[in-house]
Design a protein around this ligand. Structure first.
Ligand SMILES: Cc1cc2nc3c(=O)[nH]c(=O)nc-3n(C[C@H](O)[C@H](O)[C@H](O)COP(=O)(O)O)c2cc1C
Length: 194
C-alpha cells in the first residue's frame, strides 16, 4: 500500500494545522496510508537530530512531505537539523525516486516563504527525490478572492500558507493543502504502478 509521510516542525502550532490538513487529504484517498511525524526538539542533541524510529518510517514511505514554519527567511533550525540528518540517506541513495513535496507558513503574507519552499526542493533534489509542485497557475487571478491570491502566489513550488490565516483556522491554507492530495496520489500511481 502506498505510504505518504508528512514530517514537519512547528513552534507554536500553525504548521501543525497545515500538516494535519495535508495528512487528512492524503489519508482520504483510498488505498493510501499515512504517517504524521512531528520533529521534536528533544531529538536534537548538541545540534544533531537523531531518531531511528522516524527514519525507519520515512525509509518505508513512497512520498515524503516536508513542513516547517518560515523562520528568518528559511526553514526552522529544528527542520534543518532533521534535514542534515538525512546525510546518510543521500550517501546511500536510499530516498532516490521517492516523491517529495513541501509546505510552509509565516506571519507575513509573503514572509519570504519562497526561500523555505526552495530549500525543501533543494533537499529533495539532493536526495534524488521527485518533486511534486502545486498544480494551480498563480498568474490567473480571475474569480479568486485577494486574500486567497496571497496564499497561492508563493506556492508555485509547494504550498505557502499565512501564519495569521492558520491561526484563525486556516481554511484557505488547509483547503489548498488538501487539494495537493490528488496530485500526490496520481504521482504515486505513476511511479509505483505505472
Ligand atoms: C524565530 C522566528 C522567525 C520568524 N521569521 C519569520 C519570517 O522570516 N517571515 C515571516 O513572515 N514570519 C516569520 N516568523 C513568524 C512565523 O513564521 C509564524 O508565526 C508561523 O505561523 C509560526 O508557525 P508555527 O506556529 O508552526 O511555529 C518567525 C517567527 C519566529 C519565532
Amino acid at each position: 500500500m502506498p505510504t505518504v509521510s508528512v514530517i514537519y516542525f512547528s513552534g507554536s502550532g500553525h504548521t501543525t494545522k497545515l500538516a494535519e490538513a495535508v495528512q487528512k487529504g492524503a489519508a482520504s484517498v483510498a488505498g493510501v496510508q499515512t504517517n504524521l511525524i512531528a520533529i521534536s526538539g528533544d531529538d536534537i542533541v548538541k545540534g544533531r537530530y537523531a531518531n531511528d524510529e522516524v527514519f525507519a518510517k520515512l525509509d518505508a514511505s513512497d512520498a515524503i512531505i516536508f513542513g516547517s514554519p518560515t523562520f528568518m527567511g528559511g526553514p526552522a533550525a529544528q527542520f534543518k537539523a532533521f534535514a542534515d540528518a538525512t546525510g546518510p540517506k543521500w550517501y546511500a541513495g536510499a530516498w532516490r525516486d521517492k516523491l517529495a513535496a513541501g509546505f510552509t507558513v509565516s506571519s507575513g503574507p509573503s514572509g519570504d516563504k519562497l526561500s523555505t519552499l526552495h530549500y525543501f526542493f533543494t533537499l529533495a533534489m539532493q536526495l534524488g527525490m521527485i518533486w511534486i509542485g502545486f498544480p494551480e497557475t498563480p498568474m490567473n487571478d480571475k474569480g479568486i478572492k485577494p486574500f486567497e491570491q496571497l496564499q497561492r502566489r508563493d506556492g508555485a513550488g509547494g504550498t505557502g500558507g499565512d501564519g495569521r490565516c492558520a491561526q484563525r483556522g486556516g481554511q484557505t491554507d488547509r483547503r489548498i493543502a488538501r487539494q495537493a492530495r490528488g496530485r500526490i496520489r496520481g504521482q504515486i500511481e505513476e511511479v509505483k504502478f505505472g
